[in-house]
Ligand binder design. Structure first.
Ligand SMILES: NC(=O)c1ccc[n+]([C@@H]2O[C@H](COP(=O)([O-])OP(=O)(O)OC[C@H]3O[C@@H](n4cnc5c(N)ncnc54)[C@H](OP(=O)(O)O)[C@@H]3O)[C@@H](O)[C@H]2O)c1
Ligand SMILES: [Zn+2]
Ligand SMILES: [Zn+2]
Length: 352
């Protein structure tokens, strides 16, 4: 059943150009939360999706999955949220609730997981994201934005932040000093540096150029900076790292990363390069190295990273823009020209 009419910005085809688009939200169910969108982060996954780089896009598509909003209405069974609360929604808005993943706080890996946009919801409706005036989301996929966190600061944590936090948190109370690598200093990567530093790790940024060296070392507090194409620098750091968070969105030399890891070192691949990555098997085998993937984090971990941000008094580095800048924002993101996350001021863009 159709609910409230809203206005979002949608891509209509694989050119990925966004323009205003009106549609209906689903009607509010007893466990649903209706909120007005305040801010929404712009993730590289949105760019992959609007351009159909993952070959699964249905148009018109309203992207946006780092959504912060203010609650306008709640269903009769909603206990966790009330009108006026500031809330957040990340990459997923549904899962089965019954499988082993759902029962062990790993619902992002549920086979019936529903993406925030470009997916079919359990009632048959098509999901649309946060580049929109409002959203309706089941309460189990909504988190509380802490009072001490501004909504625009919180937005990138809902996908990029928890994506970096989830694989890294296994090292949080490590007794031995941890040497971290962050490959790709973009939206996810800069939060990876901040989180790894806050966990007390020695952090090396591995970047595709020298352009971000100064800011990585000074503004973000990284300890070391390597340019991946500089074989001298890379060779000197061989076998030195405990883990690498690989955030690069395009095909790259995974083998170069593997060489940086010490014995039992781990690569966490989170960047969704659309083309295959390659590595030499014996290099993996002879030093018991691991290459693993990681997809966002659970709803519980999403709440944890928000609370971690407040507890450690951390700052997301963002550029806030209005919705009519969104096409330019994607263009700049593609050119690697953002420090480090665009956040759309959705409420301030007066979409309706
Ligand atoms: N696994 C998950 O759950 C998850 C969650 C969020 C995002 N992602 C994926 O993670 C990747 C990164 O997302 P993001 O939002 O952080 O992207 P982003 O802001 O565009 O950052 C990507 C970074 O990768 C590096 N890079 C190297 N070659 C590049 C190239 N040719 N084009 C663009 N960047 C290049 C750049 O850092 P340097 O300048 O330092 O080289 C760039 O800043 C995307 O593939 C996205 O889909 C996955
Ligand atoms: Zn499930
Ligand atoms: Zn994302």
């Amino acid at each position: 059943m159709e609910g409230r009419k809203v206005t979002g910005w949608a891509a209509r085809d694989s050119s990925g150009v966004l323009s205003p688009y009106s549609y209906h939200l689903r009607k509010i169910g007893s466990e649903d939360v209706l909120f007005k969108v305040l801010y929404c982060g712009v993730d590289h996954t949105d760019l992959h999706q609007i351009r159909n780089e993952i070959h699964s896009t249905t148009y018109p598509l309203v992207p946006g999955h780092e959504v912060v909003g203010k609650v306008v209405e709640v269903g009769s069974e909603v206990k966790k949220f009330g009108v006026g609360d500031i809330v957040g929604v990340g990459c997923i808005v549904g899962s089965c609730g019954e499988c082993i993943c759902c029962k062990t706080n790993k619902e992002q890996y549920c086979a019936k997981m529903v993406f925030t946009y470009n997916a079919i919801y359990s009632d048959g409706s098509f999901t649309q994201g946060g580049f929109s005036s409002a959203m309706v989301v089941h309460q189990n996929y909504v988190v509380n934005i802490p009072d001490k966190l501004s909504p625009e600061q919180a937005a990138p944590l809902l996908c990029a932040g928890v994506t970096a936090y989830s694989p890294l948190k296994q090292f949080i109370n490590s007794e031995k000093p941890i040497k971290a690598g962050i490959l790709g200093l973009g939206g996810v990567g800069h939060l990876g540096v901040i989180i790894a530093k806050a966990m007390g790790h020695h952090v090396t940024v591995i970047s595709s150029s020298n352009k971000k060296r100064e800011e990585a070392l000074t503004d973000l507090g990284a300890d070391c900076f390597l340019v991946s194409s500089n074989s001298n620098e890379m060779e000197k750091s061989r076998n030195s790292l405990d883990y690498i968070l690989d955030t690069v969105p395009v095909t790259h030399q995974l083998q170069d990363c593997l060489n940086l890891l010490g014995v039992e070192g781990k690569i966490f691949v989170v960047g969704a390069a659309p083309e295959p990555l390659q590595f030499i098997a014996s290099d993996l085998i002879l030093a018991k190295k691991t290459i693993s993937g990681s997809f966002i984090g659970s709803i519980q971990e999403t709440q944890e990273i928000l609370d971690f941000w407040v507890e450690k008094d951390l700052k997301t580095m963002i550029e806030v823009v209005k919705m009519d800048y969104v096409n330019k924002a994607f263009e700049r993101m593609e050119k690697n020209d953002v420090r480090y996350r665009f956040v759309l001021d959705v409420a301030g863009s007066n979409l309706e």
